[in-house]
Design a binder for this molecule. Structure first.
Ligand SMILES: *Cc1c(COP(=O)(O)O)cnc(C)c1O
Length: 477
């Protein structure tokens, strides 16, 4: 008998699978009663340090290990009171979609494959959803970090007068963004061989928006010094405060200077699907490339990011390659019937990310996402109002969208250094209590408790509880 990884019959695994599905829906139903997060005990950590298993342990045992060693100690972003960093929750349907995608196990490279056609449709829907250029091309990626890298790569590889794919970077190129630009853009600049020194970070105004005049001056100075300005990065929803750059001014500047405009809209771009919020992001459609995530403010499970690029020709030119084994045929599977996604980004083998998005959008309809995004913005405003009305709390930044930065300040009289120490300790205790998980940042030297509300499970009462706990912990310190 030839061997296979399949068991002689799937009966046992099927039973276990049914139990897993029951357990996981039970887990989702019971989330509110669980701590948002709890630290992994040393004993559990020790059990995880298991040597490479050479002998079978069996499916039942492995699942028991998952429920004992993994499930209780995850970050907790599925929970209604998780507001740390920028994380989505996931949904019941998308959990099932991941099961289906893993079952067929397609590598969505291109050709005449249902996965390719589904992803193509998803890209069309996402353009419509965000009101982005109908002629644009796009590709699903692991997240906005990759989407920023791909956007910047398209900008770099299409620079007129340079042949970067063949010759590499032979002359100094520069990239512009505000000081609030996400660290993934810095990474992208480094990966692209430009060097961090090529990234010009420009100051922001009181609303944490890029100072367009300073950006313009930086471009002029670089041109005078012989550099080639390659790309301006605009932010729609900065990670620290959710600030939105003036994209109209940036697009005008980019057009005047003939520089590529890439927009990092990791979470903020999703506000575009609400007619009520869309006016907060004028000029979004003028981006030459647009990066955003589906695993943040669209609540899909990791990983799901997307980059849209103004023209298919430029997008593909940046990544297209010749390989006999990937050349299209006229018929058969390799007939080029859909997009050849391997020519739109760095990956060859690609997961079937599109399935959970395709199924999720069809299941619920975009209107449902719209109202949840609007609800999150209202919740951010509600939280901000609770903080402002509280004598012992204060906001540390204006609320543009869905990010609220606050701190405990007590009755007054404590200087910033004391308050920084106090709020750092307060946040650690809050997270360790399992009641809520905001994260932190530093704004103009002040340590902030930062709530990023990309959570479809949060209710108003959760924010009341947060304010109550922050004030209570603050007093106890
Ligand atoms: C999260 C985030 C990124 C990076 O996205 P990933 O999906 O984590 O790769 C980039 N920019 C901003 C503004 C973000 O919030």
């Amino acid at each position: 008998m030839d061997e296979t990884l399949d068991p002689p019959s799937f009966d046992e695994l099927r039973k276990l699978g049914h139990r897993m599905v029951d357990d996981m829906f039970g887990y989702l139903e019971g989330l509110r009663e669980r701590p948002v997060w709890q630290p992994m005990p040393d004993e559990v950590r020790a059990r995880l340090r298991e040597p490479l298993p050479l002998r079978p342990q069996g499916a039942e045992q492995v699942y028991a290990d998952f429920t004992d060693l993994v499930l209780p100690y995850v970050t907790g972003n599925a929970h209604a009171r998780f507001w740390g960093w920028v994380c989505g929750n996931g949904t019941g349907m998308s959990m099932l979609a991941e099961l289906l995608a893993a079952t067929v196990n397609s590598s969505v490279d291109g050709f005449d494959d249902a996965g390719t056609h589904v992803e193509g449709r998803v890209i069309e829907w996402l353009k419509t959803m965000l009101g982005y250029r109908p002629e644009a091309s796009g590709v699903l990626l692991s997240g906005a970090s990759m989407a920023n890298l791909v956007g910047l790569t398209v900008a770099r590889n299409n620079l007129p007068g340079h042949d970067i794919k063949a010759r590499g970077v032979t002359r100094p190129l520069t990239v512009y963004g505000s000081v609030e630009t996400h660290s993934s853009v810095r990474k992208a600049v480094q990966i692209l061989g430009l060097g961090t020194q090529a990234l010009r970070t420009v100051p922001v105004d009181a609303q944490y928006r890029v100072d367009v005049g300073a950006l313009e001056a930086a471009i002029a100075a670089d041109r005078a010094a012989g550099a080639t300005p390659m790309c301006i990065v605009g932010n729609v929803g900065t990670v620290n405060t959710g600030a939105i750059d003036d994209l109209v001014a940036l697009a005008d500047l980019a057009a005047r200077e003939r520089i590529w405009l890439h927009v990092d809209g990791a979470f903020g771009a999703c506000a575009a699907l609400s007619p009520e919020l869309r006016p907060l992001l004028p000029g979004l459609e003028r981006a030459d490339s647009l990066a955003f995530d589906l695993h943040k403010w669209m609540y899909f499970p990791y990983e799901a990011g997307c980059v849209l690029v103004r023209s298919d020709a430029e997008h593909r030119a940046a990544f297209r390659y010749d390989a006999a084994y990937m050349a299209p045929n006229t018929r058969g599977i390799a007939a080029e019937r859909g997009q050849q996604f391997t020519e739109y980004g760095p990956q060859l083998s690609r997961g079937f990310r599109a399935l959970k998005i395709w199924m999720g959008l069809k299941e619920l309809g975009v209107d449902r996402f719209r109202s949840l995004i609007e609800q999150n913005v209202e919740q951010a405003r509600y939280l901000a109002a609770l903080v402002e009305a509280h004598p012992e709390l204060e906001l540390l930044a204006p609320v543009s969208l869905n990010v609220v930065c606050l701190r405990y300040r007590g009755e007054g009289g404590l200087d910033d250094d004391r308050l920084n120490d106090l709020n750092r300790e307060l946040l650690a205790r809050l997270q360790e209590s399992g009641v809520a998980v905001p994260s932190h940042t530093i704004l103009r030297g002040r340590y902030a408790i930062r709530c990023s509300i990309t959570n479809h499970r949060s209710r108003r009462s959760d924010f009341e509880l947060l304010v109550h706990e922050v004030a209570r912990l603050g007093r106890s310190l």
